[in-house]
Design a protein around this ligand. Structure first.
Ligand code: ADP
Ligand code: MG
Length: 349
């Protein structure tokens, strides 16, 4: 029978009165790369520690490869964990660090040497066998940590924000490397991060966590384009928040001024928050026939962001942000029209 790499069945974990994990169920298929994405304190590390055997759940069942492992210590599970800081043995060389898990498993010496050589080539560190961790860069140390986990060929690899101590360029490089290794070696993985770009670029599925619970789980596009709730929408990317009152099809800003927005499916009367992402807002010099949602606006501020330009505008009582990859001919004080498509707008109450 083909068991899932991991099944968490209604896991809870409390520390005294603090609920770190609140009734979480999760299934990771063999070969699947699943990311736990959420803000600090949402329970990502706790969940990973329960899977790795560093923490015993207060209730619920952990199954790895179909076997219940609740009572097994970390070394009795088919998992390996890669921490934020690599946690290498400082007094051991690279080769000794990587060989450690194989020695513990009593793998014969010639095979250890062969596998250490192999894995060093895979993480592009051939020739570094005799280095000590202190004589390597942060990125190299994380690749050693990766090699040390991969060399024991665990069913399930657990990553706890392994890139958060690295600078952007290294982070992007290691991200690509982990992705390549996943495709090449076919392990299953749970990857923890608070960076939604990282989560979306690496994962087969993303589980968005808040307050010890999974708010939504799905393919990256699914979660990004069809967020289950306001929290997921705002956490998956920047957004403009427009507080409005809706009455039938009419929309009003907080000062009671009507706002010319077209609601395809009016969500019902009352106070709502409409959201649109800066990348979905277009700024035009003047009103244009056939475009929905055209709001007269005044440009407040222009920011240069490197890859794009950001325009802060005020439209009636609403503050909007528009990101444009090319420079637009607007400066502070200029009149403009802000517009976006129906499908790029979300209402939450
Ligand atoms: P994340 O990794 O998403 O930042 P954690 O899983 O580390 O979140 O923490 C979830 C919650 O559990 C937080 O409220 C945190 O303060 C609490 N917590 C984590 N570890 C402990 C612990 N050892 N003792 C008490 N509370 C803890
Ligand atoms: Mg954490």
């Amino acid at each position: 029978m083909n068991h899932a790499a991991l099944e968490l069945d209604r896991i809870s974990l409390t520390y005294g009165t603090i609920v770190a994990i609140n009734d979480v169920s999760l299934r990771v298929e063999r070969g699947e790369f699943v990311t736990l994405l959420g803000p600090s304190g949402s329970g990502k590390t706790s969940t990973l520690r329960v899977v790795g055997g560093f923490e015993k759940p207060t209730s619920g069942t952990v199954r790895i490869g179909g076997e219940t492992v609740n009572d097994r210590p970390p070394y009795g599970r088919d998992t390996a964990t890669i921490f934020q800081n690599g946690a290498l043995f400082p007094h051991k060389t690279v080769a000794q660090n990587i060989a450690y898990g194989l020695r513990m498993r009593r793998v014969p010496q010639p095979e250890i040497e062969r596998r250490v050589r192999e894995i060093l080539a895979i993480v592009a560190l051939s020739g570094y066998e005799d280095r000590y961790p202190a004589a390597m860069s942060g990125g190299q140390r994380q690749r050693v940590a990766l090699a040390r986990s991969l060399v024991v060929r665990p069913t399930l690899l657990l990553f706890d924000e392994p890139m958060s101590a690295l600078d952007l360029a290294l982070r992007l490089q290691l991200r690509a490397e982990i992705k390549r290794l996943h495709e090449e070696l076919g392990f299953s993985a749970i990857f923890v991060t608070h960076d939604q770009g990282e989560a979306m670029s690496m994962s087969d599925r993303v589980a968005v966590m808040a307050k010890g619970q999974i708010e939504q789980i799905g393919r990256p596009e699914e979660v990004y384009r069809h967020p289950a709730n306001e929290f997921v929408f705002t956490f998956m990317g920047e957004s403009c928040r427009l507080p409005v009152r809706i009455d039938g099809r009419a929309v009003f800003d907080s000062s009671g001024q009507p706002v010319p927005l077209t609601l395809v499916a009016p969500p019902g009367p009352g106070e709502w928050r409409i959201y649109v992402r800066p990348g979905h807002v277009r700024l035009l010099p003047k009103a244009s026939e056939g475009l929905p949602n055209q709001l007269e606006a005044t440009v407040q501020m222009v920011e240069y962001l490197g890859g794009s330009y950001r325009y802060h505008v005020q439209a009636s009582g609403l503050s909007l942000v528009c990101d444009s990859s090319s420079k637009l001919g607007f400066g502070p004080g200029d009149a403009a029209v802000a517009s976006w498509l129906q499908e790029d707008m979300r209402c939450f109450q």
